[in-house]
Design a protein around this ligand. Structure first.
Ligand code: ARG
Length: 290
């Protein structure tokens, strides 16, 4: 078995190895006690699809164990009856240092989650900010940092008008990426920052401007083919040199290994029934781009 690069190269005092993402070692997750597919708000969800509650529970526990083994801490948000998608904590909002910018959801089915997200962050020491008015943005599901910049997806779930507000509230530069294919309705199904130089990208489902933004920002992208992206392999969590993925197509795995990543695959089949994978089930709490 290859030794993770982080263990070989001298990691700095805060445990971040050279070139590694400065964040991604602490996550918020929500146990799938009330997880079901009760409505259809993305093309992956289908009416009448049953979730196996025991399988969902077991997959979630196994994912937590993999993240911990990769070196991450996991905090838990209490599940709430009647809010099946609360398990997808990536959509709760966005963290930058001690600030939390709460999401405003597009679909009424998820709007009830907001009060619980705001309560959790308020109770855990974050300064909570909210988006004004009717502008929607679905948090880290639609916005991921690459180095000092926040890439933010828009069209299906987040408004392009949210970007300047996010930049202002979080005091970070925000760059827009338009999502043109509804199956890839959130940015985190198309993009995964790996380290200072590398990211998984899906240019085929981005608008021309977004494609140029990412081209200029990411020196060495791993550009997915559509059939690879459809496996949700970009919806992965990176902890230093470890990557936990919902699936790993062979070509993708070979490239990741060449770049020094150790890949672990977590079966999240029950959650894919709702259109969510590994990244969607987590929210990074240690992002600090200030
Ligand atoms: N069923 C959820 C929805 O449609 C899935 C959310 C997936 N989250 C994500 N960050 N991509 O909103």
């Amino acid at each position: 078995m290859p030794v993770p690069v982080a263990a070989q190269a001298g990691a700095s005092a805060d445990g971040v190895g050279e070139g590694e993402n400065s964040w991604g070692r602490r996550y918020l997750m929500c146990r799938p006690t009330h997880f079901e597919v009760l409505y259809r708000i993305n093309p992956w969800m289908h009416h009448g699809v049953a979730v196996d509650p025991e399988a969902a529970q077991a997959q979630w526990e196994a994912l937590v164990a993999l993240l911990r083994a990769a070196g991450a801490d996991v905090d838990e948000q209490p599940p709430q009856e009647g809010l099946p998608d609360l398990v997808f904590t990536a959509n709760a909002g966005l963290v930058n240092g001690d600030r939390f910018l709460a999401s405003r959801f597009r679909n009424p089915e998820r709007q009830g989650e907001m009060v619980h997200d705001i309560a959790w962050f308020g109770e855990h020491g974050w300064e909570v900010h909210e988006l004004p008015g009717a502008v929607v943005h679905e948090g880290a599901g639609d916005a991921l940092p690459f180095r000092h910049v926040l890439l933010s997806g828009h069209r299906w779930r987040s408004d392009v008008a949210a970007h300047p507000l996010v930049a202002h509230e979080l005091q970070v530069p925000v760059r827009p990426v338009e999502l043109i294919d509804e199956r890839f309705y959130h940015l985190d199904i198309t993009f995964c920052p790996l380290d200072d130089r590398h990211a998984i990208t899906t240019p085929g489902v981005w608008g021309g401007h977004g494609r140029k933004v990412v081209e200029a920002l990411v020196p060495e992208p791993l550009a997915l083919e559509l059939h690879e992206a459809e496996t949700f392999c970009a919806n992965s969590v990176v902890v230093g040199r470890n990557i936990v993925m919902p699936s790993c197509p062979p070509r993708v795995g070979r490239q990741l290994e060449r770049w020094g990543f150790e890949v672990a695959v977590a079966d999240v089949g029950e959650f894919l029934k709702a259109g969510g994978g590994v990244r969607c089930l987590t929210l990074a709490l240690d992002v600090d781009l200030r």
